[in-house]
Write a protein that binds this ligand. Structure first.
Ligand code: PMP
Length: 287
């Protein structure tokens, strides 16, 4: 089946879809994005993703490409045209096309928008979650506005590749004080010996993950103890459990950190429970 991409008002064959060479996204990484899970053909947590997109655009003074309602139509259309049942939909908005110049382009320059979607193997992801994954740690060398979901992801790309080269699935960034900020494309969590779920507060040093928000709501709903505070790699290595979250990986147990086994090296009970209950708390769109 040929894939379809939405590019600036047109649905195009994925293999031919392209943007201008002077797109600000291409030249300056001057854009933002969102990745939304698709479950049984339905968008998951659409409202939260749209709200975060708005915030990212506003923080960077990029005009909204269209209303949330219109964007919802496009997202659904791309999901449908690509026959995505379980997977994700990706959307990217940049400051548009203009002659290369660091200054913002003239008022009225239309932002560029691209939407793509693809299926993902639920079986593969479940198999990985049954095994758990390894993470490594690296100094956090990103800028201090990681709360904005910018397409400027070079440190994240390098960190993810370093993880792969060391046989790991994810890299956790560590700040100057020795505290874990987040993964290269995930939020980082531990469960302490007394069973408290811990993740870094979202006000500094991390992207406020939508999955993170839902997991915290879920923990509260289920009467699980949780705390938003920073933790070190050493504390994580000695924790009862560790896990990561993102819209594409959901809750993924971590069983090793910098080659040290976490607990007995198998996925923890709390991470596994949160994973299995995740979609009972997430907002699943009707259509
Ligand atoms: N942190 C970073 C750096 C990410 O790239 C992502 C995923 N886009 C997340 C956290 C998790 O966010 P979400 O749960 O919204 O996918």
């Amino acid at each position: 089946m040929s894939r379809i991409a939405y590019v600036n008002g047109q649905y195009l064959p994925h293999s031919h879809a392209s943007v201008h060479i002077e797109d600000r996204g291409y030249q300056f990484a001057d854009g933002v994005y969102e990745v939304c899970e698709v479950l049984d053909g339905h968008l998951v947590d659409e409202k939260l993703h749209m709200a975060r997109l708005s915030r990212s655009l506003e923080e960077l003074q990029i005009p909204h490409p269209m209303s949330d309602r219109a964007l919802g139509v496009v997202l659904r259309e791309v999901v449908l045209r690509n026959k995505v049942c379980n997977g994700s939909v990706y959307l990217q908005v940049t400051r548009g096309v203009a002659p290369r110049n660091h200054f913002f382009p003239p008022d009225g320059t239309a932002p560029s928008i691209v939407v793509t979607a693809r299926n993902a193997s639920v079986a593969k992801s479940s198999a990985l979650a049954e095994q758990g994954v390894a993470v490594i740690s690296l100094p956090d060398n990103r800028w201090d506005r990681v709360d904005i979901k910018s397409v400027s992801l070079l440190p994240n790309v390098l960190a993810k590749q370093a993880a792969r080269e060391q046989g790991a699935y994810e890299a956790w960034f560590v700040d100057d004080e020795g505290y874990v900020t987040e993964g290269s494309s995930t939020n980082a969590w531990i469960v302490t010996k007394d069973g408290t779920i811990v993740t870094r507060p979202a006000n500094e040093g991390i992207l406020k993950g939508i999955t993170r928000t839902i997991v915290l709501e879920l923990a509260e709903r289920e009467g699980m103890a949780f705390e938003e505070r920073s933790f070190t790699i050493q504390e994580a290595q000695q924790a009862r459990e560790a896990f990561i979250t993102a819209a594409t990986t959901l809750v993924m147990p971590v069983v090793s950190i910098d080659d040290m086994t976490v607990a007995n090296g198998t996925p923890g009970h709390i991470a596994t429970t949160l994973r299995s209950l995740f979609h009972t708390q997430a907002e699943i769109a009707d259509t």
